[in-house]
Each structure stands twice: as structure tokens, then as C-alpha cells.
Unconditional design. Structure first.
Lengths: 200, 233
């Protein structure tokens, strides 16, 4: 077997294409079962339940009806459900991952909890945020960004937001609807107010 | 202790804008990506176990009453990192067209027949050594509207979770010797030829099952946790 060969490099990315839905996000429309939904909520999860929603738009401002979004986040205590986060055990069944395909109007939504504060590599606090990966036909590799929350005072001192020019930070900040636990954020793949994507 | 994923390995990926692939023109960012240090948010990732995969999910030929039409094949290999270490317990999801080059997706307009015995979706978990295996049908080439007489080389779409959110990979596995390679802008969006050829499976006679199915080997290489882990506080 070829078990111990050091590879020349990584396998390159290719687009998710237009036809991923029946395999990755069937959501009852196809016979295949869902491994993931657009919710991270588990019955035992603690924290503030929130909905994050918006649209995905292309360089012409047209809606993108065939994008797939994935989120990854810490629990309300700021702990990731991953053995590499050794600080404490997370909520027993909280996974912190969800997946959503956009609908015909380019809409997405996630039901989740507001994540807690996670330290950066220097131990400085990062403001509550959700990591987001964006996949679509036309995107040869997925893009990484983050979603911050408009009502968090910690945003002003967040070390990652600080890397972003001030006039572009709004593209990363989901805005809380008055009186509701709903945050709105449109993702613009290109053009004016293009969403900030990170090179990670 | 935390691991550093060198960003240099990302050079193997296609550039976001690849004008020959028309859909990329309005969907690729115009502004440069902003570099950042990896934090715990990037270095951790979802961990899924056997509860995510049902018995039989890795055999796409037994999901319906009858057997699908087409050439039965075995696709197997290892999920590894750049340093050659097997990536255990990694969720691998696949989706593909049927033997005629038709997807069950409602928006696929290719006038080729659907197969009532083939959905074309599967998933499995790599084992302790990173090994994974699917049984499926060899997908057909299919036309698409990118340019005159555009046909995609036969391919299987794959989605792989590594051990961190930044090792996430969605790619396509191709078949050796496909005559459509030189004409496909998606395949050729990978600038480096050696990297491009890492998306092509190899014919595996040794594991071909006599009287039953041809076998193809496809090793999936994810970003590596650098050989020298960095100590942090
Ligand atoms: Fe395809």
C-alpha cells in the first residue's frame, strides 16, 4: 500500500457546482437524508438563541440561488466542540456546525446561539463571531469570512476586525433587528460593499 | 499547543477568477483576501462520528430496489495531510451524475435519462488510517453551457472535512486519460500541472474485483498540520 508516501502537495479545490443540493443540502426535497441542517441548536444548549439571515449576491447584485454556506462557532462559553480546544468540555451535544443552501431568492438563515468570547493566539479576547465558509457554482475554491454581531461592544477591540479597513467592517457585522433575536447580513461576492474575505 | 497550517500550500488551488470559467466572472471577489493569523476559530473544526453515516451510505449501487445501470466501480484511497499522515474519522461526502451524465438535481436540463435506481449521493467516514471506500457507478460526461460544445470530463464531486475549519476541501475526482481534459476550464483552473494531476484518480488493477467491478484509487491530501507544532500559551 502507499501508506507512508509524503505527497507532493494538497489536492486542489474545485467548485461545488450547481448540483450539490441532493447530496449536501437535500432538506426534504430529495430522497437522500441530511447529515446537517441550518441549525446548531441542541435541546441542552445554553446561551442566547439567535437567527442569522440574509442574502448572497453576485457582482451584478443578482441573487445567488445556488450557494452553500457553512458556519463553525464556539458555544456561549467560548469553547469549541473540538478536542483541539482543551480548555474545558463544551456542552455535551453542541457541535457548533451548520450548513445551509440558499433558496431561489438567494436567502440563507441559521438558527444558533450567540457564541462566547474566544482568545486569539496572544490570549487577547476576540469579540463573539461565527466563522463562515461560502461555496457556489463559479467559486473554484470556497471563501472564508466571519460574522460579528452589531450589539457587541467587544467589536471595537477585536484583533481580526482591526485588520480590516474601517469602511469595510460593516460587511462582517450582522445587524440586530429591533426587538428581535434576529441578525441580518447580506454577503456580496463582488463589487461595491464586497464582503471581506480572509486569506487563511 | 496549537498547530500552524502554512498558507503556502493554498497555492495549489485555482485562483478565484478564472475567466475561461464564465460563472467565476461575477462571483469571484475583486478585492484581495485579507491575511490573518489562525486563531482557535480556524484551527478547530467540526468532528462527526459514525452517527452521521448510515449503514450502506457508501454503496451508491444498493440504495434503491434495483441495480443502477452503468459500469460498477470501486473508488477508494486515503485521506492524508500534506505530511503524509492519515486523517482518521474524516467525513467524506460524494455526489455525481449517473452513467448517462445526468444528475437527479431538478435544475439539470441535460436530455439524458434519469435512472430510477440511482441517486448519486454517498458518504462515509475514513477509518483509523485515513482509508475510505465507495462503491458506485462510473459517471458519464455531460454538456454544460459555458461555451460552444462544452462537456465536463467525467467526475465525482467530493466534500471532505479535515481536522480544522481551514482544511475543509471540496473538489472533484477525475478518471485517468479522459480526452476532455484539455478543453475543460474547471479542470484547467488549477494552474500547476502536477497539482492538476492530483485530481485524477489512478486505475487500480490490484483491487479490481474479478467478474465484478473496476477499481480506482484516489488519495485526498488536505492541508497539513506543520511537522513542527508550535507551542503557544
Ligand atoms: Fe458535476
Amino acid at each position: 500500500m502507499q501508506d507512508s508516501v509524503k505527497p507532493d502537495g494538497i489536492t486542489p479545490s474545485q467548485t461545488v457546482g450547481p448540483f450539490f443540493k441532493y447530496g449536501l443540502t437535500p432538506t426534504g426535497e430529495y430522497s437522500w437524508n441530511d447529515a446537517f441542517t441550518n441549525s446548531t441548536l441542541t435541546p441542552d444548549v445554553s446561551g442566547d438563541r439567535v437567527r442569522i439571515e440574509g442574502r448572497v449576491l453576485d457582482g451584478d447584485g443578482a441573487v445567488v440561488p445556488d450557494a452553500m454556506l457553512e458556519i463553525w462557532q464556539a458555544d456561549a462559553q467560548g469553547r469549541y466542540a473540538d478536542p483541539q480546544d482543551k480548555r474545558a468540555l463544551p456542552n455535551a451535544s453542541f457541535r457548533g456546525f451548520a450548513r445551509c443552501g440558499t433558496d431561489k431568492d438567494g436567502h440563507y438563515s441559521f438558527d444558533t446561539i450567540k457564541p462566547g468570547v474566544v482568545p486569539d493566539p496572544d490570549g487577547k479576547p476576540q469579540a463573539p463571531h461565527v466563522v463562515l465558509a461560502v461555496f457556489a457554482r463559479g467559486m473554484l475554491r470556497h471563501l472564508y469570512t466571519r460574522i460579528y454581531f452589531s450589539d457587541e461592544a467587544g467589536n471595537a477591540a477585536d484583533p481580526v476586525l482591526a485588520l480590516v479597513p474601517a469602511d469595510r467592517r460593516a460587511t462582517l457585522t450582522a445587524v440586530r433587528e429591533a426587538g428581535k433575536a434576529v441578525y441580518k447580513l447580506d454577503l456580496r461576492l463582488q463589487g461595491d460593499n464586497e464582503t471581506v474575505f480572509f486569506d487563511v | 499547543m496549537t498547530f500552524i497550517y502554512p498558507t503556502g500550500s493554498n497555492k495549489a488551488h485555482p485562483l478565484p477568477l478564472s475567466p475561461a470559467y464564465k460563472s467565476s466572472i461575477k462571483r469571484a471577489p475583486n478585492k484581495p483576501l485579507i491575511p490573518m493569523r489562525h486563531t482557535l476559530s480556524e484551527l478547530t473544526g467540526p468532528v462527526y462520528g459514525h452517527e452521521t453515516v448510515r449503514e450502506g451510505d457508501s454503496d451508491l449501487t444498493t440504495q434503491h430496489k434495483g441495480e443502477p445501470l452503468g459500469e460498477r466501480i470501486i473508488v477508494h484511497g486515503h485521506v492524508r495531510d500534506e505530511d503524509g499522515r492519515g486523517v482518521p474519522d474524516s467525513l467524506v461526502e460524494i455526489w455525481q451524475a449517473n452513467a448517462c451524465g445526468r444528475y437527479v438535481h431538478v435544475r439539470d436540463q441535460h436530455p439524458a435519462p434519469l435512472d430510477p435506481n440511482f441517486t448519486g449521493a454517498g458518504r462515509t467516514l475514513s477509518d483509523a488510517s485515513g482509508y475510505y471506500r465507495f462503491v458506485t457507478i462510473k459517471p458519464g460526461a455531460y454538456p454544460w453551457g459555458n461555451h460552444h460544445n462544452a462537456w465536463r470530463p467525467a467526475h465525482i464531486h467530493l466534500s471532505v472535512f479535515g481536522h480544522s475549519f481551514v482544511s475543509r476541501l471540496v473538489t472533484q475526482m477525475y478518471f485517468p486519460g479522459d480526452p476532455l481534459f484539455p478543453f475543460d476550464p474547471i479542470f484547467n483552473s488549477v494552474p500547476d500541472e502536477k497539482a492538476r494531476m492530483r485530481m485524477v484518480s489512478s486505475f487500480d488493477l490490484e483491487n479490481t474485483k474479478p467478474e465484478w467491478a473496476l477499481c480506482y484509487r484516489f488519495d485526498i491530501v488536505l492541508r497539513g498540520q506543520n511537522a513542527t507544532p508550535m507551542e503557544t500559551k
